[in-house]
Design a protein around this ligand. Structure first.
Ligand code: G3H
Ligand code: 13P
Ligand code: ZN
Length: 320
């Protein structure tokens, strides 16, 4: 069942975070639904503009519809990741997306507010929820690259004003993470003091953490042992820290890079160990299973494992 992110957040806030995963193809969709079925967890499917261009808008939509038929118990939102104003309108008007992200975080504050406000009006008229972004993460985000010097943590007072003036349903905040495989050096990590200060100004309001992949060391080592060339000092977010961020209002956690690492590890190892093989379904099958296991594991760390029934009851209007 497709629901809005706002519906999921009402149940999740303060108790667990909903994992938001980017998908681009059938294999990822199958692993994603299977992993969440095993974990009995709600989830968010995110579609980036890059994914829409890669697979085609209709193809992605129909992959998700087919997966929904195969997994009738699944409860999830379909979300546009890092949208422009124009693509937000396309998704809102399509009737398929239950939420969109308008990312005007690179614009000046007033312009970000004006753009976000327009998207919120159009989205809410159609029952679609809206995530906006304030502050600047480092790393590469779609076609915009932000170097570490220009990455900026979200200002808590601005966050309060931004939410009040735009009416958005959730806010992506810059709290130390960045997109991609290279997030932290040395002792860097999440800025919990900043998350707490934002929550103090916006109690009960769902915050979104982008750039939440963990880039597990073991995964990087296996990829490199199979011919990859990732920087071995690569570090991401310690997944054990999700549990600390959840009571502070982090309710949606975006993960893409880690799934790509699973894909890369499975395929590199498969073709290293089976150089005679030319049937892509063999590594494909391994990937679907490995991705399902990966999703189940992340659901544990996000504390969303086993919460499906709680969400189902809340959606049916019963007390939780
Ligand atoms: O934040 C961006 C996501 O990781 C999506 O990446 O634009 O390459 O699909 P993509
Ligand atoms: P990662 O690059 O850490 O997986 O972040 C993904 C993301 O924030 C998608 O919006
Ligand atoms: Zn992101």
């Amino acid at each position: 069942m497709i629901v809005t992110t706002a519906d999921l957040f009402k149940v999740a806030y303060g108790k667990f975070a909903v994992g938001a995963y980017n998908i681009n193809n059938m294999e990822q969709a199958l692993g994603l639904f299977e992993g969440h079925a095993r974990a009995e967890a709600p989830f968010i499917i995110q579609i980036s503009r890059g994914a829409r261009a890669y697979a085609g808008v209709k193809m992605l939509e129909n992959i998700i519809k087919a997966a929904e038929e195969m997994y009738p118990d699944a409860i999830f939102a379909v979300h546009l990741d890092h949208g422009t104003e124009e693509v937000c309108y396309e998704c809102i008007d399509s009737g398929f997306y239950s939420s969109v992200m308008i990312d005007a975080s690179h614009e000046p504050f007033e312009e970000n507010i004006a753009i976000t406000r327009r998207v919120v009006e159009r989205a809410h008229a159609k029952g679609v929820s809206v995530e906006a972004e304030l502050g600047m993460l480092g790393g590469v985000e779609e076609d915009i690259e932000v170097d570490e010097k220009h990455a900026m943590l979200t200002d808590p007072d601005e966050a309060k004003e931004f939410v009040e003036r735009t009416g958005c349903d959730s806010l992506a905040v810059a709290i130390g993470t960045s997109h991609g495989a290279y997030k932290f050096k040395g002792k860097q990590g999440l800025h919990f003091d900043r998350i707490a200060a934002i929550q103090e100004r916006l109690p009960g309001f769902p915050l979104v953490m982008h750039g939440s992949s963990s880039v597990p060391r073991e995964e990087v080592e296996r990829i490199n042992a199979a011919g990859g060339k990732l920087d071995p000092s690569a570090r991401g977010v310690d997944a054990n820290e999700f549990a600390k961020a959840i009571p502070l209002g982090v309710t949606k956690v975006n993960i893409d890079t880690d799934g790509r690492l699973v894909w890369m590890r499975v395929h590199r190892e498969h073709f290293r160990d089976h150089p005679e093989n030319f049937d892509f379904r063999k590594p494909g099958k391994v990937f679907i299973e490995e991705y399902a296991k990966f999703i189940e594991h992340k659901s544990e760390k996000l504390l969303s494992k086993g919460k499906l029934e709680m969400v189902r009851q809340a959606l049916a209007g019963q007390a939780v």
